[in-house]
Design a protein around this ligand. Structure first.
Ligand code: PRP
Length: 222
């Protein structure tokens, strides 16, 4: 059997949308707002639903715990992510971080009971609770202090009140949680803001879609 070799049929595959990982919680609404101003309508993200994947035109949004956003972007499952610099500094992924979105500004602080201040240099055994043990460790080292760091997952302010710890290292935005739990700030560890992170391979392979998105967001945050 001679003849011409058959041409392989052309299979048209629809381009997959860019995947944007957004964190649950207080940053979610602010992210929708800033992407909206940049011309990307993420309003399906705000509809009441338990769906973790929301189709928003050229972007598909995955709604994650903030601490998981870097993992999804690092491994390339998500192309882009929005996450606080607190989470980024606590984790060891080296992600491309082209933009400070200027939202979610807050501080990471050291706090203790207003009624029971501790002498950090006199105490033989200082205990600190935090959701950020690595940042806390680096902070202590930079100050020449030693302490036992106990990792918690939330409601950190309970630590000194219940006797679990002497101090906390945690984020504060309005200061209300500290105030209502009788704690006061003794030092600032770092300023925090929300960053856009981009997977390196996505940036190369889908730069034509990602570059305009970065440009439009950048114009909003200068
Ligand atoms: C964060 C943080 C503080 C609180 C500070 O907790 O850990 O507890 O917000 O905010 P404020 O200064 O405006 O009062 P989050 O609400 O994320 O809950 P969590 O305690 O479960 O981590």
């Amino acid at each position: 059997m001679g003849g011409k070799a058959r041409k392989a049929p052309i299979v048209e595959t629809a381009p997959r949308p860019l995947v944007l990982a957004l964190p649950k919680g207080r940053i979610l609404e602010r992210s929708v707002e800033i992407f909206g101003k940049a011309g990307y309508d993420l309003s399906p993200v705000l509809s009441k639903s338990r769906k973790l994947i929301r189709d928003c035109g050229p972007l598909q949004v995955w709604i994650l715990r903030s601490s998981d956003v870097p993992t999804y972007v690092h491994h390339g499952a998500a192309d882009l992510g929005v996450v606080g610099s607190d989470v980024l500094r606590e984790q060891s992924f080296e992600l491309y971080e082209p933009l400070d979105l200027g939202i979610g500004r807050c501080q990471m602080v050291v706090a203790e009971r207003a009624s029971a201040p501790v002498d950090e240099r006199a105490l033989a055994h200082l205990r600190i609770v935090s959701k950020y043990p690595r940042i806390t460790r680096r902070y202590l080292e930079s100050r020449g202090l030693t302490a036992e760091i106990i990792k918690l997952s939330g409601s950190v302010e309970l630590g000194p009140i219940t006797g679990l710890s002497d101090r906390i290292v945690d984020i504060t935005e309005t200061g209300e949680t500290l105030r209502q739990n009788g704690l006061e700030i003794v030092d600032t560890v770092m300023e925090i803001s929300t960053r856009l992170v981009v997977n390196q391979a996505s940036l190369k392979l889908r730069g034509r879609e990602i570059a305009p998105l970065l440009e439009r967001l950048a114009e909003l945050v200068v």
